[in-house]
Design a protein around this ligand. Sequence first.
Ligand SMILES: Cc1ncc(COP(=O)(O)O)c(C=O)c1O
Length: 381
Amino acid sequence: MPSNTLHPTTLAAQALGWTDQATGAVILPLHTATTFERDPDNQYRRGRSYGRADNPGYDQPQALISALEGGEASLLFASGMAAATAVFHSLPLGAHVVAPQVMYWALRRWLAMADASGALQVDFVDATALDQLRAAVRPGQTRLVWIETPANPLWSITDIAGAAGIAHAAGALLAVDSTAATPVLTRPLALGADLVMHSATKYLNGHSDVMAGSLTVSREDEFWQRLVAARSGGGGILGSLEAYLLLRGMRTLFPRVERACRSAQLIAEHFAEHPNVEVVLYPGLAGHPGHAVAARQMTGGFGGMLSIRVKGGEAAAIATAAGVRLWKRATSLGGVESLVEHRASVEGAGSPVPPDLLRLSVGIEDEGDLILDLEAALSAA
Ligand SMILES: Cc1ncc(COP(=O)(O)O)c(C=O)c1O
C-alpha cells in the first residue's frame, strides 16, 4: 500500500515498512562505516563520502520522522540541543530572533549567552500571548520566531497557527520545539510552522537510553541547505547505534504516548483536588489557561507531562520528591518509566519556575500504582 494512505501509527510500527533488499531482513542493518568508496572515475555516485556528512542508518529514521511530521526532510543530530543550536547557527550573525520566556531552560540560557555575545539579538516574550509576539517581531528584520508548546515545565501553550501568521507577516521563519507534544499529538508544519525540532532523547526514543535530536522542515530550500551544512560542518552527528536504537524506539511511539496521555490526564484530575496540592499544571485540565488552544491544536491527548505545585513551598516539594518509591527522582522526560523532578533545583537563579514545583513525566506503568505512590509521598511530606 502507498505509505501516504496509511495511518501514522502503522507507519511508525513498521518503520515505513522498509526491508533489506539484499537479504529480505525486516530490520535494516546497523552501518558503522565512517567512509565510503569513491567510483573509479573520481565520483561519489552512490551519494555518500564521509560519516560526518551522512550515514545510511539515518535514512529510515529521518524518513519516518518526516512522514510523521508531514515534512519534506529531516536531519538527526547528536542531541536536542545540537539540533536546536544548528538552527541558530544557520542564521546570519547578529540576527534578531524572538523566543519564549518559558522554554527548555538550557536552550534559554544558550540563547541568552548568544544575545550577550552579540551572536544573536534575542527578545524573550510571553509566547502564550500572541499580542506580545506581534509586538516583539520586527518586520523585515526578525529572522526566526522560536516557540515550544507545551512549554517546559509550566506546560504553557502557544497557538502555533497564530504564531506562524505573525512570524510570516514579519518575514521570519517559525520553528517549534515539539518535544513534549510529539507528532502523535501535534503536527506543527500543518499549522503553518516552517521547522519542527525534537529532543529525540525523549518520547521519540522513549527508553531513556539514547541522546538524539531532530529537525524537520516543510521544504528543502536554501535554509535547509544551511542546516545540512551546519550538521556536517558542526559535527554534532548521531552515532550509528543511537540511530538504530532511535528507530526501534519510534516503532512503539504511538502506544507509548497514547498510554502516557491517558495516565497523565487521570493523574492531573486526581491531584487537582488534592489538599496538599496548590495547583496542577496540565493543558488537559479545563482550568489550564492554554486548554482551549491545546484542545484545538493537539489531537488525541494533551501529553504525558504535567507539573504540580506543592502546598508548603520548596521544602514540601523536595520532601515529596524524596518520599516517592515508584517514580524515579531524575531529570529528563518521555521515557517508559515515570520521573519526578524538583525543577527549580535544576534551573537555578533567574528561572521562571516556582520553587514549589515538581515536574512529572508520566510513563507507561499502571496509573493506579503511580497515583498511590505520589499520594503517599504527598501525605508524608
Ligand atoms: C523541550 C526540550 N527541548 C530540548 C531539550 C534538549 O534536548 P537534549 O537533552 O536531547 O539535548 C530538552 C531536554 O530536556 C527538552 O525537554
